[in-house]
Design a binder for this molecule. Structure first.
Ligand SMILES: CC(C)(COP(=O)(O)OP(=O)(O)OC[C@H]1O[C@@H](n2cnc3c(N)ncnc32)[C@H](O)[C@@H]1OP(=O)(O)O)[C@@H](O)C(=O)NCCC(=O)NCCS
Length: 149
């Protein structure tokens, strides 16, 4: 298998994970100096930080936040810029759904960046308003979506 979705635990995986997120989700959107690689949510009991490796190299990130016994949010989804548009995001999305199913999750939620709406639509997500407060408090324009597993 060329792909692995690893739980981020090792220092070298944390370094790649933070680097991809800082560049793709913050700096690429003009937000410099605000990414916090010690954010408590990444280390919370509900959080499962995930790194997609392709041929052994970290190229994608996501965090699965377990809300309850059947519902989870997928957050901070990114593929490193040089690897975007090559199908890795689609693979990662499926691997995240499989991982969530293995935890018993039945419902996935996301705050999709407006610019990534097409990606989520192509991978089986639908618009679904699940928490207006998260939209109001988001630093970037987003659309709430849901996927039933
Ligand atoms: C959004 C993102 C994760 C998608 O990963 P990717 O590896 O580029 O996506 P893929 O190549 O697997 O594309 C899968 C499908 O979605 C489509 N797609 C991907 N990104 C898209 C976008 N931004 N808008 C519309 N469609 C998109 C592709 O065309 C492809 O469709 P196809 O299979 O019919 O050809 C990645 O582009 C990324 O990290 N973007 C920057 C960060 C970001 O916006 N993250 C999402 C935050 S919610």
């Amino acid at each position: 298998m060329d792909y692995e979705l690893v739980d981020v635990r090792q220092p070298e995986d944390w370094a790649v994970f933070h680097s991809i997120r800082r560049v793709e989700l913050f700096e690429a959107k003009g937000r410099f100096g605000v990414y916090n690689d010690a954010h408590p949510d990444d280390y919370a009991d509900f959080a499962r930080p995930l790194l997609l490796k392709h041929l052994g190299r970290g190229i994608g990130t996501a965090r699965l936040d377990l809300f309850d016994v059947k519902t989870a949010a997928v957050r901070l989804v990114a593929i490193t810029a040089a690897e975007q548009g090559r199908g890795h995001g689609r693979v990662m999305e499926q691997m995240i759904a499989d991982r969530a199913s293995s935890f018993g999750m039945q419902i996935l939620l996301v705050n999709a960046a407006e610019t990534a709406l097409g990606f989520y639509e192509k991978t089986g997500w639908h618009r679904f308003a699940w928490d207006p407060d998260e939209v109001a408090n988001s630093a970037v324009a987003c659309i709430q979506m849901r996927k039933l597993l």
